[in-house]
Design a protein around this ligand. Structure first.
Ligand code: ADP
Length: 277
C-alpha cells in the first residue's frame, strides 16, 4: 500500500486498456512468484465476451528450469498476452495450474513490459531502487546494488536522469535493471524489444544474453518475432491459435552468438514458421 495508487491509467497492450491499481503497480516492479522452476500444467483460459465465448488458451503445459532461457513465440491472437498475464499472476486460468502459485507475500518475479512502464516521477536510480525500497533493503545495499545494475545494463552516468529524457532502448534498460533489482527467481519479459528500432533491438538482444550468462536468471521471454526467439532461447515454445495452444517445443542446440544466415538457423526458422503460417 506504499505505492501511490492514483497512477495514471496505462495501456497494457494495444487493445487491453487497464487501469493500474496498487497491487498491479507493485507487481509490475516486483512480481509475485517464488521458486525457481516455473511449471504450467493444462492451463486453459476462456473469456466470455458479448460476441460469445473465446477459448484463448487450451491445455498449455511446459516447464522452465532454473537458469533456462525459454522463448514463447506465436502469431497475433495465439494467447501470448493471456499466458503472460496468467504467469505474472494478473489473471487466473480457467483450468490448469501454474506453479509456483502466486502469493503476495512472495515477491520475486521480475517483469519487463513492452512499453517500459517506468515511474515517470522517479529518476533512473529511483526506478531501479523501487523494489528494494518495498523490501526494506538497507540504504547502503540499495546504493551498491543500483550501481551494479546501472553498470550491468550500460546506463552509466544516467542515474539522476528522468525517464522522459531517455530513448526507448535506454528506458527498457532501466526496466530491466528494475526487474533484476530484487534478484528475481524468474524474469518474465513480454515483447520487451518490440517498441525500439532494429539496431537498438539487436543490441538489447546481445545485452540480455550477456546478462543471462552473468546472472543465470530463469527467463521466460514472450515474442512474436521468430528470429528473436531462435536467437535467444535455449528452448522455444511455439504456439498456434484458435485455440491458443502449444504446437511444438524446440531445443535450440546452436552455439551463441547465433546468426540468421547459417543453414541450421534457417531450418529452425522454417520449422517454426510452418506452425505459425
Ligand atoms: P496474443 O498476445 O498472442 O496476440 P491474446 O492473449 O491477446 O493473444 O489473445 C488471445 C485470444 O483471446 C484472442 O482471440 C483475443 O481476442 C482473446 N482475448 C484476449 N483478451 C480478451 C478479453 N479480455 N476478452 C475477450 N477476449 C480476449
Amino acid at each position: 500500500d506504499r505505492v501511490h495508487s492514483s497512477v495514471e491509467p496505462y495501456i497494457s497492450r494495444d487493445r487491453h486498456a487497464v487501469s493500474m491499481d496498487t497491487a498491479e503497480a507493485t507487481a509490475m516492479a516486483l512480481g509475485q512468484a517464488s521458486g525457481n522452476r516455473l511449471e504450467l500444467a493444462g492451463v486453459g483460459k476462456q473469456y466470455d465476451s458479448p460476441g460469445g465465448t473465446v477459448q484463448a488458451l487450451a491445455d498449455v503445459s511446459f516447464e522452465v528450469s532454473p537458469g533456462e532461457f525459454v522463448c514463447l513465440v506465436g502469431p497475433s491472437g495465439c494467447g501470448k498476452t493471456t499466458l503472460f498475464r496468467i504467469v505474472a499472476g494478473f489473471e487466473q486460468p480457467t483450468t490448469g495450474t501454474v506453479r509456483p502459485e502466486r502469493t503476495t507475500e512472495q515477491m520475486n518475479m521480475g517483469i519487463v513490459f513492452q512499453e517500459y512502464h517506468l515511474f515517470p516521477w522517479r529518476t533512473v536510480g529511483g526506478n531501479i531502487r523501487f523494489g528494494m525500497e518495498q523490501l526494506d533493503v538497507a540504504a547502503d545495499k540499495q546504493r551498491e546494488r543500483t550501481q551494479r545494475l546501472v553498470d550491468l545494463v550500460g546506463l552509466e552516468g544516467f542515474v539522476e536522469s528522468y525517464p522522459k529524457s531517455l530513448s526507448g532502448g535506454m528506458k527498457q534498460r532501466v526496466a530491466l535493471a528494475r526487474a533484476l533489482a530484487v534478484d528475481p527467481s524468474l524474469l518474465l519479459m513480454d515483447e520487451p524489444f518490440s517498441a525500439v528500432d532494429a539496431q537498438t533491438r539487436r543490441r538489447l538482444q546481445e545485452n540480455i544474453l550477456d546478462i543471462h550468462e552473468e546472472t543465470q536468471k530463469t527467463v521466460l521471454f514472450v515474442t512474436h518475432d521468430i528470429e528473436e526467439a531462435i536467437k535467444l532461447g535455449d528452448r522455444v515454445v511455439v504456439m498456434e491459435k484458435n485455440p491458443g495452444r502449444i504446437a511444438e517445443v524446440i531445443d535450440i542446440d546452436l552455439s551463441r552468438p547465433r546468426s540468421r544466415t547459417t543453414p541450421a538457423f534457417g531450418d529452425l526458422y522454417e520449422r517454426v514458421l510452418d506452425h505459425i503460417d
